[in-house]
Design a protein around this ligand. Structure first.
Ligand code: GLY
Length: 371
């Protein structure tokens, strides 16, 4: 019997699925998959780093359950989310003769989850897929909710499809080998859920941050609470016609900064989100919507978690404000000079504002550069 510490159901009717959280679910994947998807073959998509640490465990688990599989190992890193590697993955799935009823397994972090999900959406007009997220960011955010895709030179995640997984297996042991910087980056997405509409969860994080980082029971609980939160949002607004956009808190600034730093090691996605969430609070304060002390409290918590919180924390020189503004406009589309932003009235009180003047954002960014 698999040891499952938390289970969340994403009730999406015909596309419903479970998120299982447990200490060693990769080792137990053979029996879980054999029971849920009897007789199916699996195409595993992973990256070179994850292939070294976790792929042998997964292969042993599948072999142990007599499950047939193929493996596709791609380079690690954000630049893998491209047409070139999506094409490679799609062709490899076809070459492995996977049929429509077979499944893709995304074994890795957010990059692999997004790319493998996109490949699954395309091959034979839609194969099922299983998310096996191996980073904190993927376990609390990107593996849940069915957003799949790749990046374009025009911006991040601009190409893709909504395609829900059939199962998410979050193996907590993968977080023990995650580099500290990657763990902290994922933690930014954990904090995000508190900032959106759950001030009590933010307070709980303030009290439990050390235990979460140390790998105590609060870690699994935090992940399950984030997944439950995300499941609620996705059930209400699967294709982001409304409330799901709140999950983009901090992401418009963050994506612009990621683009400006070339999707490189200078700034990880979660680090961009951390700075972006602080900027969203500070911008809301500048617009006289939110008290300044809330933004300061958010920044203090993220700093304690080892995250950057200011533009000046990004190594190297940032592009001009106009360059950042061009990225912001592409990320969230301008409508007659106005931008859509996730703003806030304070911790746990985020909201969608569709009428932000580009000039106000630009002035604010000039100010934020100064410190
Ligand atoms: N990561 C934001 C969303 O899934 O909607």
């Amino acid at each position: 019997m698999a040891e499952i510490s938390h289970q969340v159901h994403v009730a999406l009717g015909a596309r419903a699925y479970d998120i299982l959280v447990g200490p060693r679910l990769i080792d137990e994947a053979g029996s879980i998959l054999a029971e849920r998807f009897p007789g199916r073959r699996f195409g595993i998509i992973t990256d070179e780093n994850v292939a070294r640490t976790h792929l042998p465990r997964l292969l042993a688990a599948l072999d142990g359950a007599g499950i047939d599989h193929a493996e596709i190992v791609l380079p690690a890193g954000e630049s893998t989310k491209s047409w070139a590697f999506l094409g490679q993955a799609v062709e490899a799935l076809l070459a492995a003769r996977l049929e429509r009823g077979d499944l893709v397994i995304a074994l890795g972090g957010g990059v692999i989850g997004d790319l493998a999900g996109c490949a699954a959406a395309l091959v034979r007009r839609g194969m099922g897929f299983v998310q096996m997220p191996t980073s904190l960011l993927a376990q609390v955010d990107s593996s849940v909710g069915g957003k799949t895709g790749i990046n374009s030179p025009h911006g991040k995640n601009l190409i893709g499809a909504f395609h829900q997984p059939k199962l998410v297996l979050a193996d907590l042991s993968t977080l023990d080998t995650l580099p500290a910087r990657q763990f902290a980056a994922g933690y930014a997405e954990v904090v995000k859920y508190g900032l959106i509409d759950d001030a009590a969860f933010f307070e709980w994080l303030e009290a439990n941050r050390e235990e979460i980082f140390a790998g105590g029971p609060a870690r699994g609980e935090a992940i399950a609470r984030c997944c439950a939160h995300k499941a609620r949002v996705v059930i209400e607004d699967e294709t982001e016609q409304g409330a799901r956009a709140l999950l983009n808190l901090g992401h418009t600034f963050g994506h612009a900064l990621e683009k400006d730093t070339g999707y490189s090691d200078r700034l990880l996605h979660g680090e961009g989100v951390a700075i972006g969430m602080v900027l969203a609070h500070r911008f809301s304060t500048r617009l006289r919507l939110a008290p300044g002390q809330d933004g300061a409290r958010v920044a203090a918590h993220l700093r304690q978690a080892g995250l950057p919180t200011m533009l000046g924390d990004i190594p190297g020189t940032l592009g001009a404000t106009e360059t950042l503004m061009a990225a912001i406009a592409q990320d969230k589309k301008v409508s007659r000079g106005a931008l859509t932003f996730i703003l806030t009235r304070g911790i746990g009180q985020a909201f969608i504002e569709k009428n932000v003047e580009a000039a106000q954002v630009s002035d604010f960014l000039d100010e934020a550069r100064a410190g």
